[in-house]
Ligand binder design. Structure first.
Ligand SMILES: N[C@@H](CCC(=O)N[C@@H](CS)C(=O)NCC(=O)O)C(=O)O
Length: 208
């Protein structure tokens, strides 16, 4: 299905943050979109306007499709999967597995958020690497071993894969997975998908 007049709205922070999995999925699907970047200095009045216009989430990212706005990064991914008729698994069990992987990928990304907010806190980083980081990486490694990879469903890519790639990329872990062979195999396969490989050469830098 063609998706016309699609726009992603997010902060001007490059590939870091919650909009990037949406962008990766659209790139992979070859869907054209506009990307509107909001400066942090513009945010408070922007947020107030969103809320006053009746958008209860009052946060970013959101997408605009045919003049309607949709909020929530993971719900947006699921919405796009339905519109595209792909990336979500092909039966109830597969869909549940993909949704579960996506949910845990979100936990993984959220657990790293404290480091994004405190990039110079060495003790926090050490603690993350010994505890939460290992917990989430090991869980993801088990997910990617379930169907023998390279993707979480096996040979079919799904929206959860974009989230897992992005969680690893924001943590600068994509090239540092020697103890996680299933994840390493996933990254290797994902990164050479033709549209993804093309996008990765022009993706904006992360602004932390
Ligand atoms: N669960 C939401 C969380 C959205 C969220 O917290 N967005 C942050 C940026 S990543 C935001 O807009 N923060 C500013 C605010 O809430 O005022 C999602 O995944 O989209």
């Amino acid at each position: 299905m063609a998706l016309n007049n699609l726009k992603i709205v997010y902060f001007n922070i490059g590939t870091i943050g919650r909009a990037e999995s949406i962008r990766l999925l659209l790139e992979d699907a070859g869907i054209e979109y506009q990307y509107e970047s909001i400066e942090r200095t513009e945010w408070i009045p922007f947020k107030e306007k969103l809320i006053s216009e009746g958008h209860p989430a009052g946060c970013l990212p959101y997408i605009v499709l045919d003049d309607k706005m949709y909020f929530g990064s993971t719900p947006i991914l699921r919405f796009l999967c339905k519109k595209l008729g792909q990336y979500k698994g092909s039966n109830d069990d597969e869909e549940q597995f993909v949704d579960a992987c996506a949910d845990f990928a979100d936990d993984f990304w959220n657990s790293y958020l404290k480091l994004l907010w405190n990039p110079t806190d060495v003790a926090l980083k050490e603690d993350y690497e010994k505890n939460d980081g290992i917990k989430h990486l090991s869980r993801m490694e088990r997910f990617y071993g379930t169907n023998e990879g390279p993707y979480v469903l096996g040979t079919e890519i799904s929206y959860a894969d974009f989230m897992v790639y992005h969680a690893l990329d924001d943590q600068k872990r994509t090239q540092n997975l020697k103890n996680y062979p299933n994840l390493a195999k996933f990254i290797e396969t994902f990164s050479v998908r033709p549209n993804i490989a093309k996008y990765l050469t022009i993706a904006p830098p992360k602004i932390e």
